[in-house]
Design a protein around this ligand. Structure first.
Ligand SMILES: [Zn+2]
Length: 531
């Protein structure tokens, strides 16, 4: 790319609303510290605007805006406070919401106002003229206070379809009063891409003034949040609002982790700085951890499976010519190609996996692993979902044996003490070299107690163990027709704060299956933290 291309490259601002819209998702409850950490991540990623919340709406958001100036060192992002227009027939200078915005300590604010005539007459129960005045007065007041003002045009697309003239009048009032960007919102999320493209085209044409931005704020209710944003940008929008991982009320918002690479890698539009595109996957995963919701493995670009190949026959071709099988280079967005190994896998998949792990396995060893894999999968193992256990299996095929501990025996007792009080206790006997170690620990269940006993037994020798923790524990009954006598499969997800891995155990005894997965988890964790 020549310097000229860089200069002429079209630019779209990325406006993140994870801290406000994103926190509307069921199950998300952010502390002020969480919000500060997320804002740091967004700044590190390089979005233009970070909307912090609604000052005055709740004590958390108040505290966030109080602490932000001293605790957040934003280098790339502008922090924005969100609010709404003045009340109907109210005065701007005594309006609480507007005054909270002025006192929020940000250089930019975004206010939402009604653009659908039906909402003005039915929800606000006021006249259309007053609806327009509420927007104009409020923008003017904030602008006069020295703030950059963005205007979120609520229900814009629905309003435009019903009464375009009124919706445009509202936008005009905001623009005249000094709003720098008019953000068209699809608040109910029902609009489709071709409608977004047509309506944004008309709005951009109507406001053909230099320096006035047109943004789009789209929800995913029709499953087209990202597609709608692409359509909006094609039609001339200069700003896209959305959230990391698409978090948001109902079905979520336009997903920034998809729209950013779509715009930059495929439409050659400048969004976040090019050299930060590789931060997309780490930021997506980090924020998923902060909001405590497992990231959808199938998420475009950033999901664990986004570049996972389970092709069997084609695997060697994929390894040779990755670009023939991947829509973008996964490294560019900070993700990576993965070869998924299962009983369906051919030799070449296993060979690739061994190479990925830096293990030297000859032809006979590979055949041995393939046979073992088929046998184990027949018994109910599922190595696709257990990359940690698979790696240990491959290592064992090289003759490696873990020397962290050898199990001699364990015993788990669960006692019901009446009043639904349970006590679970595990005793574990291990050999470490020539030494015999015995430890007992209590837990809130058998797996927890076993985990605690294992840690008590070897924790002092292996300080790295303190970094390793279980993040998920899943049990699946494989042969449901046998009821409680059936074979169970246990999957454990673990993390050391930097990497995460999954391990597996299968047995007709759930505690035995749990132990297999647990000991694989610990061995894998120590292997990667103590070398
Ligand atoms: Zn929204």
């Amino acid at each position: 790319m020549s310097p000229d291309d860089v200069r002429t490259r079209r630019r779209v601002e990325i406006y993140d609303t994870t801290l406000r819209d994103g926190s509307q998702l069921e199950g998300i409850s952010l502390t002020v510290d969480d919000k500060l950490r997320i804002a740091e991540q967004l700044d590190w990623l390089g979005v233009h605007f970070v909307e912090g919340g609604w000052p005055g709406a709740n004590p958390k958001d108040d505290e966030f805006f109080q602490r932000a100036p001293s605790e957040l060192r934003l280098e790339t992002s502008t922090l924005v406070a969100f609010g709404s227009t003045r009340r109907a027939h109210g005065k701007v200078d005594v309006d609480e919401t507007l005054n909270h915005l002025v006192k929020a300590n940000t250089s930019a604010v975004c206010i939402v106002g009604k653009c659908w005539d039906y909402h003005v007459t039915e929800a606000l129960r006021t006249t259309l003229d007053e609806g327009v005045a509420m927007v104009g007065d409020s923008v003017e007041f904030l602008h006069a206070a020295g703030l950059r003002v963005l205007f979120d045009a609520e229900h814009f697309f629905d309003g435009y379809k019903h009464n375009a003239e009124y919706s445009l009048r509202v936008l005009e009032a905001a623009a005249t009063a000094g709003a720098e960007t008019l953000v068209l919102c699809d608040t109910n999320g029902g609009t489709l891409p071709h409608e977004v493209e047509q309506i944004v085209t008309e709005v951009v044409r109507y406001f053909d003034t230099d320096g006035l931005g047109v943004g789009v704020h789209l929800h995913d209710d029709s499953g087209t949040g990202v597609a709608n944003a692409l359509a909006g940008v094609r039609a001339g929008a200069t700003q896209v609002q959305g959230t990391i991982n698409g978090y948001g009320e109902r079905t979520g918002n336009c997903n920034l982790t998809a729209i950013i690479p779509n715009l930059s890698l495929k439409m050659d539009i400048a969004t976040i700085p090019t050299d930060r595109m590789e931060r997309l996957t780490p930021v997506s995963h980090h924020i998923a951890e902060l909001v405590n919701i497992g990231l959808n493995p199938q998420a475009a670009y950033v999901g664990h499976s986004a570049f996972a190949h389970k092709a069997g026959l084609h695997t060697s071709a994929i390894a040779r010519r990755k670009d023939a099988y991947e829509h973008v280079d996964p490294e560019v967005v900070g993700n990576g190609t993965r070869f998924v190994v299962s009983e369906l896998a051919g030799r070449s998949t296993l060979e690739l996996k061994a190479k990925e792990l830096g293990l030297a396995l000859d032809g006979a060893a590979i055949t041995g692993v393939l046979d073992t894999l088929k046998e184990l999968e027949h018994r109910g193992y599922h190595f696709e979902a257990a990359d940690g256990s698979l790696e240990l299996l491959l290592r064992r095929a090289t003759g490696w044996e873990q020397d962290f501990f050898q199990l001699e025996s364990f015993r788990v007792i669960t006692e019901e003490r009446g009043e639904r009080a349970f006590l679970t206790e595990a005793t574990i006997k291990l050999l470490v070299g020539d030494e015999r170690l015995i430890a007992t620990a209590e837990g809130n269940g058998p797996v927890n107690a076993l985990d605690a006993a294992l840690r008590r037994a070897i924790g002092q020798r292996h300080p790295a163990l303190s970094k390793i923790h279980l993040t998920d524990y899943k049990v699946r009954v494989l042969d449901t027709s046998k009821g409680t006598g059936a074979v169970t499969r246990v999957l454990i997800d673990s993390s050391d704060g930097e990497r995460s891995w999954s391990t597996i155990g299968v047995s007709d005894n759930i505690i035995e299956a749990s132990w297999q997965a647990l000991s694989d988890s610990v061995v894998y964790g120590l292997l990667h933290n103590e070398s």
